[in-house]
Design a protein around this ligand. Sequence first.
Ligand code: PEP
Length: 255
Amino acid sequence: MRKKIVVGNWKMNKTYNEGIEFVDEIIKESLSHSTDDVLKIIATPYIHLAAIANKLEHLNGFEVAAQNCHHNPKGAYTGEISAAMIESTGAKYVIIGHSERRLYSGENNNLLAQKVNIALANNLTPIFCIGENLIERNANMHLEAIKIQLKEALFHLPSKDFIKLILAYEPVWAIGTGVTATIHQAQGMHNYIRSEINKKYGKEISTAISILYGGSCNTKNAKELFDCIDVDGGLIGGSSLIGSEYLAIVNSIKK
Ligand code: PEP
């Protein structure tokens, strides 16, 4: 059975103390709910990684992730963070390819392929984001857009590495907009992604890989999205910033 996963992406939110308070709250809350069958990953700013990795170390089903890493191993890249540095904090996951990094930092598929390689080489699991923009969706080019992202950023990987990935389908027009994909759109795209993976890597891998939905997912719409057969959980931005909301989304996954 595929792993159910809910990633909370804080983006550039929460001071150090606010982040620690959030984690203390969800640790307390989650002790009274049984959510062990859902992997819960909190993607924090770099400043929180080590402290939160330490707090979550002995707590079943919780992990911490970085939101980005540099594509080079080390060197004169002022202000950047390497995959090895992230791994040294105790974090085991890293988001790569988020549309905000593609948009504001000009990250393209070629660069993202290098980030995936270096993350894997440092024992980090990439949570890799793919998604079409509104122009592509309106022009009925959304399937083609996703196909290109998969091919250019991920399909160079051998099977033994590809299977380690977590994928997140995040239509760019749904991120932070309050407009969510319909269950028909989400299920349709997740099924398409799985079929492209099947063509490249075969059935065993395409049925084993977790594909999350992201884009204005919240406590009201999470359940119907997560109930779709090919949706294995969510990547949650805005609605992951309040502990009780994040856990309510986790709890809406069908057991
Ligand atoms: C995200 O940051 O990946 C995201 C999906 O954001 P939001 O839930 O706010 O749309």
